[in-house]
Design a protein around this ligand. Structure first.
Ligand code: GLV
Ligand code: MN
Ligand code: MN
Length: 406
């Protein structure tokens, strides 16, 4: 049964990968018609697994599988259905579909637990559209701040407007949030997005902690001008300053143990081949398992950016966008997951997550655990993300075991 269900999960990942907001590749930002189409498909799969389905005020898709008694608490099993730009097909999606398959397995055995199970597909984890991550899980836990609703996407549509158009209700977010007392906890299944499991020849791993991160946006402002006439020594080229900073980010990260830092977006203005850039805006993503080390690195990066701006006669603005602290997964769920992995016949190992996850938000609200599934070459946030059907079957067995134990 597990292998057959795992094959279904793989086929469904393929089916969802065809639902994109762009012609080429998989790009499924929050609250778009593409996400709506994905919800429609997933709703059907949830219903055929015996769940009743609704969307909460934040547009998260929820499939509820009832307990074997009334007034029971709820275990949430979740992940996300939104993606990054030109994404792989498993990041987020795999976790949602494994959860549905696990419920399908319960239904086939006519099994109900002493607790209800809600499979939650978060609508906005990646933050691609609004530059704000974990919007869905922050709303579910009652911690989405009102300012976030005012953030605009590239077309000037606010998050509140987009959520409303999607069928959600920005006014109802607080009332619709879960109460921690009603929950058993939170479980997330996700591809590892790193190479450790593959290196150890293991299909699964238990997450110990999720690394903290800071997201910032920097703008270097100089003077636009003619590429053919302004002498080099008279230029205040904003793009050259931003590029110098991007290289400094790389150097600082390379020379600081366990620090990772990334400039993933860089936009020059006005952006023409024969115009010196008058302005350049870039994103900065800084992560470390140790929050103090991350704070130190940010401090160093800030002074470096200021020094670069000064030496080039540029103006710098630095905006802190979002940050989250390193968060440990619940000791109890970690232990339960390790036991489940062992019971199914694999060596239980623990590993930290360098990527952010909704589980990090939920871990500050209820007991939370994460199960990682090996992915080929550790590749993710790339179209060539790949997982093996046998590993998905192994994950299903462990989830089923976990549900029996917990
Ligand atoms: C989210 O997936 C992140 O790690 O940025
Ligand atoms: Mn991701
Ligand atoms: Mn993810």
């Amino acid at each position: 049964m597990h292998h057959e269900l795992a094959a279904t999960v793989m086929a469904r990942c393929d089916e969802l990968a065809a639902i994109s907001a762009e012609r080429h590749g998989l790009t499924r930002p929050a609250y778009t018609p593409a996400l709506r189409a994905a919800h429609t498909l997933v709703t059907g799969w949830m219903r055929s697994a015996g769940m009743t389905v609704y969307e909460d005020a934040a547009g998260n898709l929820v499939g509820s599988y009832p307990a074997n008694r009334s007034a029971a608490r709820t275990l949430i099993i979740g992940s996300h259905l939104d993606t990054v730009r030109d994404a792989g097909r498993y990041d987020g999606t795999l976790g949602v579909l494994v959860a549905i398959a696990a419920i399908e397995a319960l239904q086939r055995q006519e099994l109900r637990m002493a607790y209800g199970i809600d499979v939650v597909a978060f609508a906005d984890e990646e933050g691609l559209r609004f530059g704000h991550s974990f919007t869905g899980s922050l709303a579910l836990t009652g911690r989405l701040t009102p300012e976030v609703l005012q953030i605009n996407d590239a077309d000037g549509v606010s998050l509140a407007e987009a959520l409303h158009a999607f069928g959600g209700d920005p006014e109802m977010l607080a009332q619709d949030a879960r109460r921690a007392d009603d929950l058993v906890g939170y479980l997330e299944i996700h591809i590892e997005q790193g190479p450790l499991l593959e290196a150890q020849d293991l299909p699964l791993g238990v997450v110990s902690a999720i690394a903290g991160a800071s997201h910032c946006q920097l703008t270097f402002s100089g003077t636009a001008g003619h590429a053919g006439t302004v002498p080099m020594e008279l230029r205040h080229d904003a793009l050259a300053g931003a590029a110098q900073f991007a290289l400094a980010v790389e150097t600082i990260a390379r020379t600081t143990p366990d620090l990772v830092a990334t400039v993933g977006e860089l936009t020059p203005h006005p952006g023409a081949s024969n115009v010196i850039a008058g302005q350049a805006t870039l994103s900065l993503d800084v992560r470390h398992q140790d929050d103090d080390m991350r704070a130190q690195a940010l401090h160093e990066l800030q002074s470096r950016a200021a020094a670069i701006a000064q030496s080039r006669g540029l103006h710098l603005t630095w905006e802190d966008r979002q940050q989250w602290a390193t968060v440990r997964m619940s000791p109890h769920f970690r232990e339960q997951l390790r036991q489940a992995v062992q019971a199914v016949g694999y060596t239980p190992i623990e590993l930290p997550s360098g990527a952010g996850h909704d589980a990090g938000i939920l871990a500050e609200f209820t007991q939370a655990g994460m199960l990682f599934v090996r992915c080929q070459g550790g590749i993710s946030h790339h179209p060539s993300e790949a997982v093996a059907v046998e590993d998905v079957a192994a994950a299903l067995k462990v989830v089923e075991q976990f549900l029996m134990q917990v």
